[in-house]
Design a protein around this ligand. Sequence first.
Ligand SMILES: [Zn+2]
Length: 254
Amino acid sequence: MTKEVDQPAQLEPMPTDWQRALAVVAHPDDLEYGCAAAIADWTDGGREVVYVLATRGEAGIDTLAPEECAPLREAEQRASAAVVGVSEVEFLDHRDGVVEYGLGLRRDIAAAIRHHRPELVITLNHRDTWGGQGGGGYWNTPDHQAVGRATLDAAADAGNRWIFPELIAEQGLEPWNGVRWVAVAGSATPTHAADAGPGLERSVKSLMEHKAYIEVLTDQDPEEYCRTFLTGNARQAAARFGGRPAVTFEVFPR
Ligand SMILES: [Zn+2]
């Protein structure tokens, strides 16, 4: 008698008919934990990806005061972006740990979307938990929730000239209604996936650039820690992507 094996529902491949993506997250390292392998593959293919970070992650290291921590983490973020082919990294300078969901955050993200005019917007899990459906799992941080939600909202705000009209009057940022998808990395309910294989090694190197942060986070060897985390996630997702290591996204089409 053969044992029945559950076949998990397969994920759709990520859209590829786009040229520009904007990734908007709360902290340095959010994209490296979340989806850098996919970004490496996209930039290899000649696509442009820009990173926007709501904070400089200045409250992320217990032993470092925010004013010392901010420039260090900014530098680490720029280095980790460069590893996956991203040369433009912007910081919105909201305060780490106490990012407020609201009009100010929506306006700042809408401005970035109008400025960069992406077709694909990427963010990180905006829901209460990381974990499985129907409860359980780990509680998400308020910064991720705020920035994720505000990014989903700002994709629409960016296209409406009557929302934040000051962006036109003061900064000359005309509406951009060209966002076709918002893809949420780290979602417990993914719909799509990208092949993690070609970018996996670079995603490990990219996460390793967060040296100061990882040093205080774990006693493990940094490379082993990064590789174990990222390959583990990619392999887990493979079950839902034809056996290929994958980075998953929950895609909201627009
Ligand atoms: Zn974070």
